[in-house]
Design a protein around this ligand. Structure first.
Ligand SMILES: CC(C)(COP(=O)(O)OP(=O)(O)OC[C@H]1O[C@@H](n2cnc3c(N)ncnc32)[C@H](O)[C@@H]1OP(=O)(O)O)[C@@H](O)C(=O)NCCC(=O)NCCS
Length: 312
């Protein structure tokens, strides 16, 4: 077999071989087509996506998505429900059967991906994981540049370019929950719901140390930006701004159209990041179910909103 040597050709070959082998796995799961499998895994990640959001997230043809959704609906795997704000659109959710199928598919694909490492010497695993993180970060930046979605960066002229003030971001995990709760408690921010939404929390690190963290609670195309905190000794270095930008980008990639938050003392900070104050009665019902709107955050807090779709 001819193995390419240039970096670009290596990335292409890796992606080609991996996608081909994962497709073979998904073909074995309950006879679903590849597009149907993509739809199932996306709906497992975010409930309540519209058909248009699926088209954008998957970069697939509208007609293919439409056919796949119709087939999944007629199989009783996906259900449609009216969109509260847009009468011409519907939201899609997995049914109980759909969730079982999507979780089975997700497990199959995760197991298959993990098995690749069985063919690599154990002592090389750490090195490869680090290289993959670098590659993912590069691909994310490349995708953002192509889609011109880096508009999440407000006041980019004040975003630090010097290496010493640039944070690296990573997903938080269940393991991080106790430390996150301590940091939030010290900052007098609510800890309710951290465990439940940990999959969408991010840690901003400098020299291997957590200096900033924050998270998202996803409610379909709406999301709550929460728990934004920077180590008190590290404030005013634009770490807070980098953290919010990182979470905005994640929200955009996840198909979020509207981002909301509640803040007691940092209204001016969020003003500078494109958020605007919003009357409580304009907050969508889905968000009002969140613990922050049900009382874990003071009722006197300012509610703020930022439209994401308008920025793309
Ligand atoms: C709010 C917070 C996250 C800001 O973090 P930070 O790293 O110090 O902020 P940055 O350095 O990125 O500041 C960005 C801008 O916001 C301004 N700013 C920062 N904190 C501010 C605050 N509390 N009030 C008003 N403006 C603020 C900065 O002066 C800076 O302005 P500039 O761009 O004109 O220079 C941090 O102060 C914090 O952790 N506070 C306690 C927790 C909290 O209140 N979180 C928000 C509720 S979810």
């Amino acid at each position: 077999m001819h193995t390419p040597t240039s970096p670009g050709a290596l990335v292409r070959e890796l992606s080609r071989l991996f996608v081909r082998s994962q497709r073979a796995q998904s073909a074995c799961v309950d006879g679903a087509s590849n597009v149907q499998c993509h739809v199932l895994t996306e709906l497992l990640r975010v409930d309540g996506l519209t058909q248009q959001a699926l088209v954008e997230r998957l970069s697939l043809d509208k007609a293919w998505i439409s056919r796949a959704v119709d087939a999944l609906v007629s199989d009783g795997v996906v259900a449609k429900r009216p969109h509260e704000e847009d009468k011409r659109s519907v939201k899609l959710s997995l049914t109980a059967l759909g969730r079982i199928r999507a979780e089975k598919l997700e497990n199959t694909l995760n197991t298959h991906a993990a098995q690749v490492f069985e063919h690599i010497a154990v002592e090389q695993h750490g090195q490869i994981q680090e290289a993959l993180k670098v590659l993912i970060s590069a691909l994310t930046h490349a995708a953002q540049a192509t889609l011109n979605i880096s508009t999440c960066d407000v006041n980019t002229e004040t975003t630090p370019t010097a290496q010493e003030n640039t944070l690296t971001f990573e997903d938080a995990s269940m393991r991080d929950v106790p430390a996150i709760e301590v940091i939030l408690a010290k900052a007098k921010l609510p800890i309710v719901g951290v465990r439940r939404h940990i999959a969408h929390f991010r840690l901003g690190k400098h020299d291997g140390k957590i200096v900033a963290l924050g998270g998202l609670e996803l409610y379909g195309e709406q999301a709550l930006l929460r728990s934004i905190v920077v180590d008190p000794e590290q404030r005013n270095k634009a770490y807070g701004k980098q953290l919010v930008n990182d979470l905005c980008q994640i929200a955009q990639q996840t198909g979020v159209h509207d981002l909301y938050l509640k803040t007691v003392s940092a209204k001016r900070f969020f003003d500078g990041l494109g958020f605007e104050e919003l009357a409580y009665d304009q907050v969508p019902a889905s968000l009002k179910q969140s613990s922050q709107f049900r009382g874990s955050c003071p009722a006197s807090a300012t509610v703020m909103h930022r439209a994401m779709s308008a920025l793309i």
